[in-house]
Ligand binder design. Structure first.
Ligand SMILES: [Zn+2]
Length: 282
């Protein structure tokens, strides 16, 4: 089964994401469990959790995972923000576990102009601390490939591999591959040769089995720009032919794929229709 969908709004309650996903024929969705620009995570009642699980049960969405808030910086050298990030991230994992989500996607972030190795090691130390505090209940943490904008690390696969290597409970970690981010970071997946070599790089560094989610976004900005601007599928610098390769790559067959493209004018429906068409054999 093709696991395909989009990031869904939860306005009106977390459980409402499934109605929106069903309306678009999604089989996989991503949500925020709380407002991404606020530190304060949601404290779900048992009723919220039950409503969520019942809506999921009744829905055609097979996969549901969460994206972490934007404020978390598990690799910062600022002790106050680091402490806050760890507390918020631990809370977020617990929330995902209560909801039964398969994964929580996060960006490895430190400080602008910081020594990147030190940032990677601090991210790993933060994950150790959080995993120590929150026992494993099956929700994976997915390190997202970033565009390398601002204080983001993880724009080279070697950086993600370094984090994974250093985390004690590394079986709780996976990777979320974002097509826009890898392209902006300098992996030219707009060509067939570029896609092949990126997949080879992934295999050699983190390993393909770590890829547990894909974010399907075209890019407004050119390859290597390190600027993260999502564009509708086939309308950016990556192009439609590249998404045909992504959708038909057998190595990513069972991996859930979600859009994070702008929502105006019913564009989710347009993007999803195109992706379904591209996924079908010629
Ligand atoms: Zn993404």
């Amino acid at each position: 089964m093709l696991l395909l969908g989009a990031h869904m709004s939860t306005a009106g309650g977390l459980h409402t994401a499934f109605e929106r996903g069903d309306a678009l024929g999604c089989t996989a969705i991503q949500i925020f469990t709380s407002s991404p620009r606020q530190w304060r995570g949601r404290d779900l009642s048992q009723r919220d959790v039950e409503a969520f699980r019942a809506a999921w049960e009744a829905s055609s969405c097979r996969e549901c995972f969460a994206h972490d808030i934007y404020l978390t910086r598990l690799g910062t050298r600022d002790p106050a923000i680091l402490g806050r990030s760890r507390t918020a991230f631990a809370h977020e994992i617990r929330t995902c576990q209560r909801l039964g989500l398969s994964a929580l996607v996060m960006h490895p972030v430190g400080d602008v102009d910081a020594d990147e190795r030190a940032v990677l090691d601090r991210v790993a130390a933060s994950l150790d601390a959080v995993f120590e505090a929150v026992p494993d209940e099956g929700t994976l943490v997915l390190l997202e490939t970033t565009a390398g904008q601002g204080a983001n690390v993880g724009y080279r696969f070697e950086q993600l591999a370094r984090i994974i290597e250093r985390v004690e409970q590394s079986d709780r970690l996976g990777i979320c591959l974002d097509t826009c981010h890898v392209f902006a970071a300098g992996y030219d997946i707009s060509t067939e040769a570029g896609w092949k070599s990126m997949m080879t790089e992934l295999t050699k560094t983190v390993g393909l089995e770590r890829i547990r989610a894909v974010h399907l976004n075209d890019s407004q900005k050119p390859c290597g720009s390190r600027v993260d601007r999502h564009e509708h599928i086939g309308r950016g610098r990556i192009g439609e032919a590249a998404f045909r390769r992504v959708m038909r790559d057998r190595r990513l067959k069972g991996v859930p794929k979600v859009l994070e493209t702008p929502k105006e004018n019913d564009m989710d429906a347009v993007n999803l229709a195109l992706l379904r068409k591209l996924a079908k054999a010629k």
